[in-house]
Write a protein that binds this ligand. Structure first.
Ligand SMILES: [Mg+2]
Length: 248
C-alpha cells in the first residue's frame, strides 16, 4: 500500500502492517484467568426439588403472615433477598414492614433448607465436573458467586457432590444486588492471589452478565439454565457457550 505525503514523498507499507487482529486474537482468552467464580443454579447445577421454593414460602408465611409463593416472580438471576422483596411487595408487604423482619425471614429460609436438605435433588450441568477437575489441576482458584444465601448455596453444592472443588463463596446474605456479590468475590480473589489476579465469572442469566459488567470483570455466559444461547449472546458476554462442554 502506497502513501504520498504532502511534500511528495512516497511511503510504501507492507500490507501485513495493516492486518487487522484475527477473530482468535480478539476473542476473550478465558484460559488466562487466575480465578473462576461460578454461579450455582443453572450454571453448576439444576435442582429438581421444591426445597428452596418451599423454604421461601414458609418464611413469608411464618414471618410476614403472607401465604405467598414465588410463582410468577422472575427469580432467575435474582438474589434470595431480591426474590423475597419482589414476592412480598406483590402481596402488599414493602418498605419498613419488609425490612424490619427480613433477617428473621432469611433465618427461616436457611432453617427450612437445612431441615429438608436430604430432599435436594441436584443435577450437575454438562461437563461441570470435568471442567472443575481441569481448573483445579491447573492450579486455578475456584469459587462460587451466587445469589443464594450462603448455607443454602453450600447445601445445594454438597447435594451435587461438588463441594471439594470450591475454595470460597460469596453469597447474598448481606447483598441484595448481584453486582455487590461479584465485587465481594473479586475482592476475596485479590485478597488470596494479589491485586493483579484475573477473574472470570461463569453464569447463566442476563443478571450475571450485567453484574460482571458492573464489577468490570469478564464473564462466560452458559445456556444451561432457563436462558437460551441466543438470549445470552444478545447481551454480548465475553464468551457465550451452550454448555461448559465447550470449555474442555
Ligand atoms: Mg443462575
Amino acid at each position: 500500500m502506497k502513501f504520498i505525503l504532502s511534500n511528495g514523498t512516497q511511503l510504501e507499507m507492507k500490507s501485513a502492517e495493516f492486518k487487522p487482529a484475527t477473530q482468535a486474537e480478539n476473542e476473550f482468552r478465558w484460559r488466562e484467568a487466575d480465578a473462576y467464580l461460578f454461579d450455582i443454579d443453572g450454571t453448576l447445577i439444576v435442582t429438581r426439588d421444591l426445597v428452596h421454593w418451599n423454604a421461601l414460602h414458609q418464611a413469608m408465611l411464618e414471618v410476614y403472615g403472607v401465604n405467598a409463593t414465588i410463582e410468577g416472580i422472575p427469580y432467575h438471576g435474582k438474589t434470595d433477598l431480591g426474590i423475597l422483596r419482589a414476592a412480598l411487595a406483590r402481596a402488599g408487604v414493602q418498605g419498613a414492614a419488609f425490612e424490619a423482619n427480613l433477617s428473621q425471614a432469611l433465618d427461616v429460609v436457611c432453617r427450612e433448607v437445612h431441615a429438608n436438605a436430604s430432599g435436594i435433588v441436584a443435577d450437575v450441568c454438562p461437563a461441570i465436573h470435568g471442567l472443575l477437575v481441569s481448573l483445579k489441576s491447573a492450579g486455578k482458584l475456584v469459587g462460587v458467586a451466587s445469589g443464594n444465601l450462603e448455607s443454602v448455596g453450600w447445601q445445594k453444592i454438597e447435594a451435587a457432590g461438588l463441594r471439594q472443588f470450591f475454595s470460597f463463596g460469596c453469597f447474598s446474605n448481606s447483598c441484595e444486588l448481584r453486582a455487590e456479590i461479584f465485587r465481594n468475590a473479586i475482592a476475596e480473589t485479590h485478597h488470596q492471589l494479589g491485586s493483579a489476579a484475573k477473574v472470570c465469572f461463569i453464569g447463566d442469566t442476563p443478571e450475571d452478565i450485567r453484574a460482571a459488567r458492573a464489577a468490570s470483570a469478564h464473564i462466560i455466559a452458559v445456556g444451561t439454565g432457563t436462558y437460551s444461547y441466543d438470549e445470552l449472546q444478545a447481551l454480548t458476554p465475553d464468551l457465550c457457550i451452550s454448555s461448559c462442554a465447550e470449555l474442555i
